[in-house]
Structures are given as C-alpha cells and as structure tokens.
Design a protein around this ligand. Structure first.
Ligand SMILES: C[S@@+](CC[C@H](N)C(=O)[O-])C[C@H]1O[C@@H](n2cnc3c(N)ncnc32)[C@H](O)[C@@H]1O
Length: 383
C-alpha cells in the first residue's frame, strides 16, 4: 500500500511526503486499534486534489492513500478477529474545482464513511469538531504555501484526542526573506503578533526557514496543540535543497518514537530517489540501496552529526532540569535529533565514559534502564 513512484515524475518530494504519511499512518493505526481506541478519525484539512498526474485517477492524493492504507489496516485486524473498529474520514477543500473532484471521488467510494467540508479549513473547524466521532483523531494539515491561520487550527488540535502532521513549506518561507510584505501572514502562521522579537533572538547562523520553524514548533507547544513536536525534512531531489518539513505533534512519547522510526525508513527512500535522479543512465558498481545506506550513516538518521546533537540535547536537558530518569529523558532527545531510543542509550554510555554524566547500572546491565537516574558531572562546551 505505498504510493506509486511513477506517478510523481518531476515532483518526487510529493512522493516522499505521501510515503511518510502512509507509513506513519499505517503503524499509528495498528497501534491505535490495538489498545488505544476502536475509532480512528482522519481529518485532511487541505485535501486537494492538487497537481495530480494525468494517469493516476487521483491515486496520488493524500485522501485516496489515507483511505486505502487505513482500510487495509482495519481489514487486516478484522481478519485476525478484532471487531468493532471504525474509521471515518473528514476532508476539507477550499477551491471549488478541486472540491468538485473530491466530491466525485468520495461518491465513488463504497463502504467508507466520508464527510466533506467545502471552504477554508480554518472556517470549518467548528463543524468538523461537531461531526467527529469520539475516538482518536489524526489531522493532516497540508497547505499550499504558508498562509494558514494557526491560532484557530491549534485551538482545534488542542480539543482533539490525537495527533497532527503539519506540512511546513520551507521552500516558500525561504523565498520571502523580506518580512514587510508578509508580516501579517507570518503572524497568522505563527499564531503570534510578536514573533519578530523571538526571530531576532534566534542565532543568525540558522536559515530563515529554520528560525520560523523553531518558532512554529514552540507555538504548537505553547498553545497546547501537542506536548511534543518533531520534524522530518524533505529535500527537493532535483535541486538538493530543503523543500518541506513534515512536523508531527503529539502528546504521546510513543508517537515520537514511531515518527523517528518512520523517519529512518523514509529518509533512505528519499536518498535513493535523489541518487537515482542524479545518476541518470550511469551504471554504478554499487546498488542504490547500498549507496543510500552509506549516505544515511554519514549524513542522516543516526549519523555522527545527529549523535553529537543528541549529546548536546542530553546535556542541555540536564542543565535545565537537573538529574533525570531515562524514562523522562529520551523523548526530549528524539524530538530534537534524528536518533532512536537505543542510540540515546549508547550516547549516555559515551557521555559517562567521558566523565560528563554519571549513573549507576544494575548488575549485569550494560545500558541505562527506564528508572536509571542520570546526573550531570561536568557540562562540556556545547556546540
Ligand atoms: C498542497 S495541496 C494539498 C495536497 C493534498 N493534501 C495531497 O497531499 O494530495 C493544498 C490544497 O489546499 C487547498 N487550500 C488552500 N488553502 C486552503 C484553506 N485555507 N483551507 C482548505 N483548503 C485550502 C488548495 O486549494 C489545495 O487543493
């Protein structure tokens, strides 16, 4: 149930976006249905269709793929004897022509509960809230640029029991370094009229989009849309620059663990896609998978750079919060660095060996346990 690569020629970043969405949704739905809630609501606030391929019959859309992936999870679990599961879809689209296509598509689906909303997502939030069945709600927010009223959206997210995936359009943000013309749009995006002073306080070594992203993530937490907010960067494979960032917000630490698991898998596919475009017809001695894995090891998930970031985050956390049990620490590291829980354990061993932190391990254990208390000995210089 993965997106078909051939439907995305020339817009491979959308392929990566859909790959991430479907892989994350699949695992999240399995987990939700096996304990958390028998009801899974999927809200697509900016549903499209948008720039789809002529041959795809709308298969290359988030609404079509979410229906397929969630229905297959439900059918799979039902075949294993788990009954009473329910999925409901809530799709919203502003553009009348796109909405007509979305309506036609929805009419053709049988056995799927779909509720449609026409107009701006921000103006439909009350109606969507009223229509939503109590249960787990996953909200996908995928605007075309950065004109989004996040104060309203965050209020909606705060009242839902669930998670959201927000598509942050890095490329658009970087196109508008002159703030004057877009000041109001940024205030709406960041749900904060006073965002400029926060922006100026961030290091100017960061790119424009990185500073705006940092403020946006803080805003989602401050507005209580989510306790944890993490992001995965999607490169434009043809231009080798950041195109978008998929930002997950959740109150669950397990969601952040799943997010990084998805990150690791999808990043590999992203690198493979980039490398195969760059190689063109050239034949390499090594397989594309091997080259992608090597690149990821040195530059991506779990790379030395990400491990160093994890070390810095551990130290920062301990400076700010004092001695902390591992079970209360690891999620904060995964939020900020592309690493796994197991890498955080190794990181702690390295910091201990270097005399930066101290902790006691139970006999016969070589790595921290959930209740291991980690204490800072001497903070190194943070990079
Ligand atoms: C990037 S496209 C969505 C693509 C779709 N989510 C997918 O992955 O296949 C954004 C869509 O949002 C619609 N749109 C723009 N502003 C909107 C708003 N405020 N509320 C709802 N839809 C909006 C656009 O017409 C466009 O169809």
């Amino acid at each position: 149930m993965t997106p078909k690569r051939n439907l995305y020629d020339g817009r491979e970043q959308t392929y990566i976006k859909h790959l991430f969405l479907t892989q994350y949704l699949k695992d999240a739905a399995f987990k939700t249905f096996q304990g958390r809630s028998p009801v899974f609501n999927f809200v697509d606030g900016f549903a499209g269709p948008w720039e789809t391929s002529a041959e795809g019959a709308l298969e290359d859309t988030s609404f079509s793929q979410s229906i397929k992936v969630l229905t297959s999870v439900k059918n799979d679990l039902q075949s294993k004897g788990i009954s009473g599961l329910k999925i409901r879809f809530y799709f919203c689209e502003k553009d009348p022509n796109s909405f007509a296509k979305l309506s036609e598509y929805a009419r053709q689906q049988s056995g799927v509960e779909i509720v449609l909303f026409s107009g701006r997502f921000e103006d439909n939030l009350d109606d969507i809230s009223r229509a939503i069945t109590p249960g787990f709600t996953f909200t996908f927010i995928d605007p075309t640029g950065f004109k989004v009223e996040n104060a309203k959206i965050a209020e909606f997210l705060k009242t839902q029991r669930g998670e959201f995936l927000f598509n942050f359009m890095s490329e658009h943000i970087n196109r508008y370094p002159d703030f004057e013309g877009v000041r109001a749009a940024y205030s709406a995006l960041l749900a904060n009229e006073g965002w400029r002073s926060r922006y100026d306080a961030l290091p100017d070594t960061l790119k424009n989009e990185e500073r705006i992203l940092a403020i946006l993530k803080e805003a989602f937490v401050d507005l209580k849309a989510a306790k944890y907010v993490a992001d995965f960067g999607v490169m434009n494979p043809r231009k080798d620059r950041m195109q978008m960032r998929l930002v997950l917000g959740s109150n669950s630490e397990h969601a952040i663990e799943l997010f990084r698991h998805t990150h690791r898998r999808v990043e590999l596919r992203e690198i493979e896609t980039r490398q195969s475009i760059a190689a063109g017809d050239q034949v390499s001695l090594f397989s594309n998978e091997f080259l992608a894995e090597s690149y990821q090891k040195s530059h991506g998930f779990g790379s030395p750079g990400q491990k160093e970031l994890a070390e810095n985050l551990v130290v920062r956390h301990l400076v700010e919060h004092g001695p902390t049990n591992f079970c209360d620490l690891w999620v904060h590291i995964l939020v900020g660095a592309a690493v796994s829980k197991s890498i955080v354990k190794d990181t702690l061993n390295t910091l201990r060996k270097n005399g930066v932190v101290t902790f006691a391990l139970p006999k016969s254990k070589t790595k921290v346990q959930p209740d291991t208390l980690i204490t800072l000995v001497a903070p190194p210089l943070l990079s």
